[in-house]
Design a protein around this ligand. Sequence first.
Ligand code: F6P
Length: 320
Amino acid sequence: MKRIGVLTSGGDAPGMNAAIRAVVRCGIERGLEVYGISRGYSGLIDGEIEQMNRRSVGDIMQRGGTILKTARSKRFMTEEGIRHAAAMLDTFGIEGLVAIGGDGTLHGAQELSELGVKVMGLPGTIDNDLAYTDYTIGFDTAVTTVLDAISKVRDTSSSHERNTIIEVMGRRCGDIALYAGLCGGAEEILVPEIPYDINALCRKIVMSANHGKLHSIIIKAEGVDIGSQELTQEIQERTGRETKLVVLSYLQRGGRPTMRDRLLATMCGAKAAELLAEDSESKAIGTVDGQIVAYDLADALKMEKEFNQDMYRLIEVLSK
Ligand code: F6P
């Protein structure tokens, strides 16, 4: 293989730039020509493709977002769009592709792979919702941002003796809420994986207050089947205690990537370049038990994510 492309797609995640940097520099080191594709699959369909060099990825490691830009392409979800994307790669003589993104991006990568393109999927999403890897690029930074927010909210919640609900992202995955809740000392976390019981939740808040707790911090994952406003109102009415809502939204997606995210991104990017230089079949690259792994792409996407029940139960114990 002589020429490869790299793109970022779906929601941006801190660490994507570090991954692009590693793909470009390690690819060139291995004798490959590396092309950057702007705006994800959408830019691929439109031929927004330019050759990159070592200097094109200078000074980006520490930046959040993605220098290649990103998009959620509706056209790429159609059979025609996928064929068009594959034809564009062929037109540019690009035989291998590194696709950095979440679940949708990796499924798109699999579709291209079925048309003969060798694709390396890198897990770039704050959601940590990909089953084949212990962590995704961006997750650690997002949780660190949420922890910082919890600490600040804790000060004011405690001064005013209020309940505060902090809504975090994650789509249908509760990992951001789980890790931030455990490490931030939340009283309660609500995640899509575990059905919640409003009576038990409110009982706990009232009893905690009776036992001298000044405030309750509740981390709610966005994927839970109740609107955050509605939940806030319900808790206020049932507990008789002032209850406030903080929605962290895109704050969680921006900012400087942490060491862990830069490291994971760099190691995954380097592995992708190595595998493409060796003409490997399509893979999903990630980390398991601290090691970099590369699974068959189709197999990786069939794996089912397990929610960490032990961590969840620990929050129950620690928050009493
Ligand atoms: O997948 C990352 C993510 O931030 C999710 O947590 C969230 O549900 C979604 O993207 C938001 O998407 P958008 O950027 O389209 O608003």
